[in-house]
Design a protein around this ligand. Structure first.
Ligand SMILES: CC(C)(COP(=O)(O)OP(=O)(O)OC[C@H]1O[C@@H](n2cnc3c(N)ncnc32)[C@H](O)[C@@H]1OP(=O)(O)O)[C@@H](O)C(=O)NCCC(=O)NCCS
Length: 172
């Protein structure tokens, strides 16, 4: 569990699958343009599968996903660390439940999780990847202190997004 001021980050637990489904369903208009798994077909079974995968990934050490709660217990989003950039680096991914957006919550969560990540043995860099047109995600990364290092042109067949991805990073 990570205390982030007005927020608490907790490892995902299966009994939150119902609330996760509700959070995603009501946020679909904001999530769909950027997250390939966010579709109108999203349901409880997908939430349960995500949480079970998250529990497995923690055990394997390849992904560390947290539910984000307010201090009064509202589930307001998700944030995680992924090992996919390879040795020395972790990648942060996130989404926020729409009614709670625009209050600085994700910037606060990213700041804290990046700080935690950079204290882990061998981790020198934390990165965030986002679509060039995803203004909100870019602002979160920028406000949390991440600097742009790369712009990547994606395969034109990519089903969502503008086709250009920006990578920002924070170093220890
Ligand atoms: C990206 C996201 C997590 C931001 O969460 P949030 O808690 O609303 O972010 P913050 O309140 O910390 O806002 C950070 C900045 O982004 C700005 N912002 C938020 N939403 C915005 C929008 N739709 N358009 C433009 N700017 C936006 C905020 O105004 C703030 O900047 P400011 O302080 O200069 O005003 C949320 O919009 C989201 O879940 N988006 C869909 C999923 C997604 O894109 N995930 C990331 C994939 S890489």
């Amino acid at each position: 569990m990570i205390n982030a001021g007005q927020l608490v980050l907790k490892r995902w637990e299966p009994n939150w699958a119902g609330e996760l489904t509700a959070a995603i369903t009501e946020s679909l208009p904001e999530l769909k343009p950027w997250l390939p798994w966010a579709t109108d077909a999203y349901d409880f079974a997908e939430s349960m599968a995500y949480i079970e995968r998250s529990v497995d990934s923690w055990a394997k050490g390849d992904e560390f996903n947290y539910a984000i709660f307010t201090t009064i217990g509202e589930l307001i989003g998700s944030i995680g660390l992924m090992t996919r950039p390879g040795p020395g680096a972790l990648e942060i991914g996130y989404w926020l439940r729409t009614p709670f957006a625009g209050r600085g919550h994700m910037t606060a969560a990213v700041r804290v999780l990046a700080r935690v990540a950079l204290t882990l043995p061998g981790i020198e860099r934390v990165i965030i990847r986002y679509d060039a047109e995803n203004v909100a995600s870019g602002k979160v990364a920028e406000k949390a202190g991440f600097t742009e290092t790369q712009r990547i042109t994606l395969d034109p067949e990519t089903p969502i997004g503008s086709g250009t991805e920006i990578i920002r990073e924070l170093r220890s």
